[in-house]
Design a protein. Sequence first.
Length: 628
Amino acid sequence: MTTGLRSYRPRYLTLATAIVSAALSANTYAWYSPKGAVPEEKLERVARDWTREQVDTAVVSSFMKIPSTNPAVNATVSEGCASIQFVRHKLRSGPDNAAEADAALLMMPGVIEGANGFHYIARNMIYKAAMQHGISLEVWAVDRRSNCLEDLTGVNAAEGLTDVSEAEDVMIGYYYEGKEVDGKIFEGFKTSRDLEEVVDYGLAMATDDMFAVMEYMIPDQATRKEKVFVGGHSLGGLHTSTFLAWDRDGDRSTLDDAGYMNTAGAFGFDTSLRPVYASTEEDMVESTTMISLSDWLGIQQEDDEADQAESYANTVNLLRDNYLPRTLAVEGAFNAEILALPEAMALLAGIAPEEESMALQRLPRSLTLRTLLALVHSRDINDFFYKPSIDDFRYTNEALVGLIFDDNSTVLPFISTSLGFFEGGGMEERKGIADLVGSIVPILGTGGGDVIPTPYIATDAGPYRWRTGEGPLYGWADFDEVASNSDTEHQDENGEITFTSRRSETSDMDDFVEALYAGETNLTEWYFPTRLLLDLTMAAPYDFAENYGMYLYHRDGAANVPKIEFIAEEGIGADPVGGQGTDDPIVLEGMNHLDPMFAVANASATHPNPVIDSLLDFVESNLNSSRR
């Protein structure tokens, strides 16, 4: 008899213990505000092949909602989540009928990631395909069903405004002050107890939704096999691998509805595409996803399949009874409130990137918000508990986005992006903060310094500790303003410290900011279902998965289609379960986990984009013979 739990004590209940433990080990000296090393002046920006306005003229993005007709996956779905949502990107001049396009790419997001994770790469790849290859492409960027639970009323109402204060008033008023927007009042950020239906938002639903999108857009299976490519980022690679192995109707004797029979090829961004088989215990322990899940929930992989089946069933029941968190949330440290912030911050940065940010100071401080702000803006363990805090520093709207997401400052490696560096004030390296992050929010990494880098943090809060808020205004130097082909290192103004280098800067802040908020969906996913991770890691590799509607009857499906993989050199490359990936993945020099989708597309003279160029070549070479 096995429970699948290691003397069950879920990590998400131990936040207070972690904080107290860290506090006892902290030095309790008074805080100080060193000046730090000031970055050198910004460089001139590089020339561009085309502009965002040209892409906007040529490419149209439409938020789509289509019905889900499978009663098996809709059994417990609320009315607001009965539809499947995705963003269709296409040429304005392209055919309305997707079957008449030359090719289509369906893209699945990673953990805590929505359809806008593909906003930049989709639009620029479609533009380049048309202008330089003469090909009409479509991209279908899928939102998982749980995205329907987000209330984006406030941010959508603020989008399009041109005054920062007005946008702040709309968003803060709606989400924190009970003010009505478009006839609606915010009901609050949901917690695990509010999300009973999400227990059933697992692999069966998510994979069936992929089929539904493909069949809605191109009803004919033979046409899909000729011109539809399927892929994803990070966890979306695992999901792509299971899709290729899936049998939609659960009938082994028919192959037309097998995933690999509905695709011309597959692709992955900082991930691997592999046949889906059970791995050895040793392989499973080495999986980043499995380590995080194990640490967070206190579960373990069993050697015997019967024990594994029982462990899985018991874990699902614990989710159903809310003894385990139904979404990837750590109340008091990381939850929907935190995941809603990037969209709002980016919207303000889109309106006034170089204007001093005042929004954070206006927000009511819940325990969760206080904890996360302390984590992202602590120089060391002392800063986490004492002064100075983020409120003592001055940042532009754009620099705040960099603080959260840039690889030189973030403490969350799964959102790391190469966007440039701070400018305008002193900087120092963080010390010992990685282990604190791993202790408090283990699901967001493997919980240690081997994964979380040692990034930089602003240190000049003002001339004296009693006069904080009078320090320099920290701004942002973009990827091409910190280094160039001839000036490859970005140093301090004395030339003594190297902050970053040309090879490690690949993505444009302006493009990234737009993707965080543009349109009717977003990039961050408020309510990522724990069940999906459980299904992928604890059930999908085993034959008992079919008892739960996971029909992985074609486990070598990923071996039956052409594949291309992009591995970020400085990323985390989510490791699927079992089998072998592509023999020769394309390693992306200097890129971090989100960079494959955001690496600049229109600066080929100085920053060629190996992702878009190679993916376009892959698509062209694997279209049906009549097209080639």
